[in-house]
Design a protein around this ligand. Structure first.
Ligand SMILES: Nc1ccn([C@H]2C[C@H](O)[C@@H](COP(=O)(O)O)O2)c(=O)n1
Length: 200
């Protein structure tokens, strides 16, 4: 009995020592608190990539991440290599369909998969600004990507999205929408103190 009480007392003393104000440093390392979550970081990377898109109406970005939280592929919607953005059409709604972008543009998801910097993207997660269309769903499934995190489902009632979800569901690819905790993630080069690299 005495031994039990003695051990309990030692544990109590240790706990009080750790929690004492002067030892708060063990709990408060002083780390910055307002950092991006992993999901925000990867979705923001997709949105940043979308800023490279020349599409005047819809800029889409995608970011592929492996189970070690390493970015293994990034892409945005754009014309194929060698097909000049200044010569191929960015139109939509033209009676002559060859003057619209759709026959030519590569989707962000496809580019992210083809831009992969690893042997494969099996079992990876894709962060994408806009829900994948049916053609992208085929690429995603065949590449082995297992999860999709998306921001916009604006085309949810279009057949290309309905067919996409039908295939993704059948293939067991999970998908869910993402709501970032930060309303804005600013990259304002003029606001960064380059002498101290502080963005706070
Ligand atoms: N999952 C998707 C869907 C569309 N895109 C690209 C392809 C086009 O550049 C644009 C769609 O144009 P809109 O009809 O919205 O004017 O977005 C993509 O990359 N991934």
């Amino acid at each position: 009995m005495f031994n039990y009480l003695s051990q309990y007392f030692k544990l109590f003393v240790f706990q009080m020592a750790v929690l004492k104000p002067e030892n708060q440093s063990l709990k408060k390392s002083g780390k910055r608190e307002d950092y991006l979550s992993w999901d925000e970081y990867f979705m923001a990377t997709a949105i940043l990539a979308a800023k490279r898109s020349k599409d005047p109406s819809t800029q889409v970005g995608a970011c592929i991440v492996n189970d070690k939280k390493q970015i293994v592929g990034v892409g945005y919607n754009g014309m194929p290599r060698g097909c000049s953005d200044d010569e191929f059409p960015w139109g939509k709604g033209n009676a002559d369909e060859l003057k619209n972008k759709y026959y030519y543009v590569c989707h962000a998801e496809m580019n992210a998969i083809l831009n992969k910097n690893s042997a494969g993207v099996e079992n990876c997660r894709m962060y994408v600004a806009l829900f994948p269309c049916n053609e992208c769903a085929k690429f995603i499934i065949q590449s082995g990507i297992r999860e999709i995190v998306y921001m916009s489902d604006k085309d949810h009632d279009k057949n290309r999205t309905i067919a996409s979800k039908r295939m993704l569901d059948a293939a067991g690819v999970k998908y869910w929408p993402f709501t970032p905790q930060h309303k804005t993630i600013d990259i304002d080069f003029s606001k960064i103190d380059w002498n101290h690299m502080s963005q706070c």
